[in-house]
Design a protein around this ligand. Sequence first.
Ligand code: SF4
Length: 141
Amino acid sequence: MSIKTKALTKSIWVFHVSCGSCNNCDIEILDCFTPRHDIERFGVQLIGSVRHADAILITGAMNRKSVPRMKKIYEQAPKPCVVVAVGQCALSRHMFRYSYNVREPLDEILPVDLYIPGCPPKPEAIISGIVKLVEKLNKGK
Ligand code: SF4
């Protein structure tokens, strides 16, 4: 495991991007940081700039406007950067699949490392997904 990947497993700083979600997935992500769920006990912190991010949490179905913006955001992130698709829209475009404005799924645009399904996924599912991701990185997979 490279030292950069090892550093990722210690305290993941996450940047959250909504690419056209209905906002329920975004609310569930924010819920993870409340005292009730307290994802920070695993060293995970929500940050305001992608330039400091170890992981990007993406919600919503990618649309014509969000695709170029999302690519630009990903380019600005330091590498390695883990991409996490949160919610059914980010996974498969869900009910917006046949919308005139929605094009390819997220994993055809960016290299997605983790999929967290649900509409919206519960905070427990998001926390479990991120913890599993850290375990996977620790095993060097
Ligand atoms: S997966 Fe469901 S809750 Fe999340 S953005 Fe899509 S429609 Fe909204």
